[in-house]
Unconditional design. Structure first.
Length: 192
C-alpha cells in the first residue's frame, strides 16, 4: 500500500490572519473566520500557472496541416493579478498566427493564455510570453497577440478613474515584418 503523503501545512492562512489584524480587523469575528483559508485557496487557484509548463499545454495537440492562412482566436477572456499590487487586471486577448505546416488545437490557445495569466504578471510581459510560447512550439511564419485590459490597481486607487483600457501587442515573424499581414490581423481583431 502506498504511504499517504504527509499533509503539508498551508502557510498562507496565518499570514492572512496577521494581515487582517494589521489592517485593523478582528480575524476572529464571525464573517472573517474562514477568510484566511478562502484567501489561500483563491490565491493558489489564481496563481496555478506557475505549476504548468506552457509547452505541456500545447504538446499533444499540434497537428501537421498544410493550411497556410491566418488563424485567429478572438476575445479570449482572462483574469490576472498585477505583480506590483497583487490586484486584478482582466480583459480580452486576441491570438493570431500564420501556420507553416503545423497548427494547434483551438482549445489549447485559451488554455495557454490562462497559464500565463494565472501568475503575478505585467500585461506587457504576459503579451510577449503568450506570443513567444506559440512561436516556439509551432514555429509558424508569424504570431500576433493583442491584449486589452482594465487594471484595478489603477482604477480603485484613483490613479485613473476613467476605466480606460491598456492595450498591448506583440508581433513576431511576418506579423512584424509584413505590414499587410499585420493589417489583416489587426483588422480582424477590431471587427465586431
Ligand atoms: Zn498594479
Amino acid at each position: 500500500m502506498a504511504k499517504p503523503r504527509p499533509q503539508e501545512r498551508d502557510r498562507i492562512p496565518p499570514l492572512v490572519e496577521s494581515l487582517l489584524a494589521e489592517l485593523g480587523e478582528d480575524p476572529r469575528r464571525e464573517g472573517l473566520r474562514s477568510t484566511p483559508t478562502r484567501v489561500s485557496r483563491a490565491l493558489r487557484e489564481l496563481t496555478d500557472g506557475y505549476g504548468t509548463a506552457p509547452e505541456d499545454v500545447i504538446a499533444g495537440a499540434v497537428f501537421e496541416q498544410d493550411y497556410d492562412e491566418l488563424v485567429l482566436v478572438k476575445d479570449i477572456p482572462f483574469y490576472s493579478l498585477c505583480e506590483h499590487h497583487i490586484l486584478p487586471f482582466f480583459g480580452t486577448c486576441h491570438v493570431g498566427y500564420l501556420p507553416k505546416g503545423k497548427v494547434v488545437g483551438l482549445s489549447k490557445i485559451p488554455r495557454l493564455v490562462e497559464v500565463f495569466a494565472h501568475r503575478l504578471q505585467l500585461q506587457e510581459r504576459m503579451t510577449r510570453e503568450i506570443a513567444e510560447a506559440l512561436n516556439e512550439s509551432l514555429v509558424p511564419r508569424g504570431v500576433g497577440v493583442v491584449v486589452e485590459a482594465r487594471h484595478l490597481c489603477m482604477e480603485m486607487r484613483g490613479v485613473q478613474k476613467t476605466g480606460g483600457q491598456l492595450i498591448t501587442s506583440c508581433m513576431l515573424g511576418t506579423f512584424r515584418r509584413d505590414a499587410r499581414t499585420r493589417a489583416e490581423f489587426l483588422d480582424l481583431v477590431r471587427r465586431p
